[in-house]
Design a binder for this molecule. Structure first.
Ligand SMILES: Nc1ncnc2c1ncn2[C@@H]1O[C@H](COP(=O)(O)OP(=O)(O)OP(=O)(O)O)[C@@H](O)[C@H]1O
Length: 259
C-alpha cells in the first residue's frame, strides 16, 4: 500500500470538558476509499471537520499529503502554529460534501461551481465554465446550470455540491452523510455519482454514512469508531460478515434489528 495521504497521530479533540477524540491514530492511503461507521456522537463528523479545518485539534498531529495540517514546519523542523496562508494552502487539498448540501442560495448552479476556481485558483471565467460544464455532465446536471438551488430537488442539489467540491481538483474528498437528508427516492441518484467517482478516479475518499450497503459496496476499508477511538477496521467483507469485536457486532446487530 502507498504512503498515507492522511495521518492522525495521537489526536485528541475536546469540547470543553467533553473528550470527543481520545488519542486517535488513523491513516488513509492515497487513492483509498474509507468509510467511518459508528454510533451517534462517536466523533465521526468531527474527524471530517478537523480535516476540513472547521474544527481545531486539542492535541496530537494531523498530516495531509506529507504536510502538517494544524501546524506549520519551522525552519528548524519543529512544528509551530500555522499561518493563515498555510491553512489556505492545505484547504486546497480537500473537498467536502455535507449532509445539508450548503450551496450558495443566491448563486446559479453554474456560478456555485465556478466561484471558488475563479476566486481561489485564479482560473479565467472561461476556464472555470469549461471545467464546470464537464463536471455538470458527470453528475447529470447539465440541463440545470442556470437554475438556483431552491429550484432543485435535494438529490440534484447534492449532485451540484459534489461537482462544486470537485471543481477545486482536491486530492481528497470527504463525504459527511451525503444522503441522510434526502428523501429515500433521491438517495440512489447521489449514491450513483459517488459510486462512479469511487470507480473511476484515483481520488482518496473518506466518507461517513449510515447506509451500510452502500459503504460495503464502495469502500476498500471500513473503520468502526466508538467514543473517539477506532475499535476495528478492515475490508468490508470482514467487518460486516465477521466482525472480531463485540462492540462492532452489537452496533451492526442493532442496525440490522432496526432495519
Ligand atoms: N461544536 C461543538 N460543541 C460542543 N460539542 C460538540 C460540538 N460538535 C460536536 N460536539 C459533540 O462531539 C461529539 C461527537 O460529535 P460528532 O458530530 O463528531 O459525532 P458523530 O459520530 O458524527 O455523530 P452522528 O452520527 O450523530 O452525526 C458529540 O457528543 C457532540 O455532541
Amino acid at each position: 500500500m502507498s504512503e498515507p495521504i492522511i495521518t492522525f497521530d495521537d489526536v485528541s479533540k475536546r469540547f470543553g470538558a467533553v473528550t470527543v477524540l481520545d488519542g486517535l491514530d488513523f491513516n488513509v492511503a492515497e487513492g483509498e476509499k474509507v468509510t467511518i461507521i459508528g454510533p451517534s456522537g462517536s466523533g465521526k463528523s468531527t474527524i471530517l471537520r478537523i480535516l476540513m479545518t472547521l474544527e481545531p485539534i486539542s492535541g496530537g498531529t494531523v498530516w495531509v499529503d506529507g504536510e502538517p495540517l494544524w501546524h506549520e514546519k519551522a525552519a528548524d523542523g519543529s512544528l509551530k502554529r500555522p499561518s493563515e496562508r498555510h491553512m489556505r494552502h492545505m484547504r486546497t487539498k480537500l473537498g467536502m460534501v455535507f449532509q445539508s448540501f450548503n450551496l450558495f442560495p443566491h448563486m446559479s448552479v453554474l456560478r456555485n461551481i465556478t466561484e471558488a476556481p475563479v476566486q481561489v485558483l485564479k482560473l479565467s471565467k472561461a476556464q472555470a465554465r469549461e471545467r464546470a460544464g464537464d463536471l455538470l455532465e458527470m453528475v447529470g446536471m447539465s440541463d440545470h446550470r442556470d437554475k438556483f438551488p431552491n429550484q432543485l430537488s435535494g438529490g440534484q442539489q447534492q449532485r451540484v455540491a459534489i461537482a462544486r467540491a470537485l471543481a477545486m481538483r482536491p486530492k481528497i474528498m470527504l463525504f459527511d452523510e451525503p444522503t441522510s437528508a434526502l428523501d429515500p427516492e433521491l438517495v440512489g441518484e447521489v449514491q450513483e455519482v459517488i459510486r462512479r467517482l469511487a470507480d473511476a478516479h484515483d481520488l482518496t475518499m473518506l466518507m461517513v454514512t449510515h447506509e451500510m450497503r452502500f459503504a460495503r459496496e464502495i469502500s476498500d476499508r471500513i473503520c468502526f469508531i466508538d467514543k473517539g477511538r477506532i475499535i476495528e477496521d478492515g475490508p468490508p467483507e470482514a467487518i460486516f460478515s465477521d466482525p472480531r469485536e463485540e462492540r462492532t457486532r452489537e452496533f451492526l446487530g442493532a442496525l440490522l434489528g432496526e432495519g
